[in-house]
Structure formats: structure tokens, C-alpha cells
Design a protein around this ligand. Structure first.
Ligand code: THU
Length: 159
């Protein structure tokens, strides 16, 4: 038996420590939570992306009475970005969420596994590291590539 370990790297920022561009992206993700359609969970998630030419896009979770038909904010936003601007790499993705009490979460929102898998494909598709900012009122986590959220990745190289 051999035991191995993988290390992931992330940084924690306060809002004041962010660049102007990143603070703007976080604000767009926060604002997007107010456009969430979440009548079932009452959990409102917003995401915002910065594309390689500086374009900023945002989206939110969209639920459905047939629960699995809904979609998370991250995938709504990434699919929109890639369908609208297929040639532009997505450089940074920011995520924010408000809980059932309407307040922004204190701890950074961790994306679900399906969204992490889609982030990986976006990164591979554009051959560019996708940086991710997870917003919480207590701090903002930054990872500089999807593998730091999703080790042991499954990708097209296995097909
Ligand atoms: N949700 C997101 O939009 N992103 C996440 O990272 C986690 C969960 C949504 C899905 C559903 O509409 C609600 O939050 C509760 O799970």
C-alpha cells in the first residue's frame, strides 16, 4: 500500500484586497442573486464571468417545479457565456449566494460537483486556466484553476 496526497491551493481575501476588476465581478455576482428564480429552495445564487476581452456577464439559478430541470447559477452563466461568445476564454468566475433568510452567506459558497465538472470543460475548451472567486461576507476564496476545486478530474483524455 502506498499513501499519497494531493495539495490544493487557495487564497483568502477581504473585499478591500481585491482588484477593481474582481470587486466589480463580485458585485455583479451579488446583484445576480436578486434575479435568481428560486421559489422552491429560496436559496439565491448569482454568478458572474469575466471574458478575455473584459466582457462581464452574469446569471443566476433557475429552478423548476420538476426539480432536476432547474439549473445552478454557475452553469447558467458559463453556458450563456460560451453560447454567446464561443471564441472568448472565460478568465474568471465569481459566485455569491443568499440563504433562506435573504442574507449573503458568511462562508464562501462551494459550487456543486456538476458545476465543477462544467467549469473543467470550459477550462479545457479554451486551453486557459479558469480562476474562481467564491464570495462570502467573511472572506473571498480564490482558486487559480479548476483542479483546485476538482482533483482527480475526468476529462476527454479518458474517452
Ligand atoms: N445552486 C447553485 O445555483 N449553485 C451552487 O453552487 C449550489 C446550488 C442552486 C441550485 C438550487 O436552485 C439551489 O441553489 C439550492 O440547491
Amino acid at each position: 500500500m502506498k499513501e499519497k496526497s494531493l495539495t490544493i491551493a487557495y487564497r483568502i481575501y477581504t473585499i478591500d484586497e481585491l482588484s477593481t476588476a474582481d470587486a466589480e465581478l463580485i458585485e455583479a455576482a451579488r446583484e445576480a442573486t436578486y434575479r435568481s428564480y428560486a421559489p422552491y429552495s429560496r436559496f439565491s445564487v448569482g454568478a458572474a464571468v469575466r471574458l478575455a476581452d473584459g466582457t462581464l456577464l452574469s446569471g443566476s439559478n433557475q429552478e423548476n417545479a420538476a426539480y432536476p430541470s432547474g439549473l445552478c447559477a454557475e452553469r447558467t452563466t458559463l453556458f450563456y457565456a460560451n453560447s454567446r461568445y464561443p471564441e472568448l476564454p472565460v478568465m474568471t468566475l465569481a459566485i455569491a449566494a443568499r440563504g433562506t433568510d435573504g442574507a449573503f452567506l458568511a462562508q464562501p459558497i462551494p459550487p456543486c460537483g456538476a458545476c465543477r465538472q462544467v467549469m473543467l470543460e470550459v477550462q479545457h475548451r479554451h486551453q486557459y486556466p479558469l480562476r474562481i472567486l467564491l464570495y462570502g461576507t467573511a472572506g473571498i476564496y480564490e482558486v487559480s484553476r479548476v483542479e483546485d476545486l476538482l482533483p482527480f478530474t475526468f476529462d476527454e483524455s479518458f474517452l
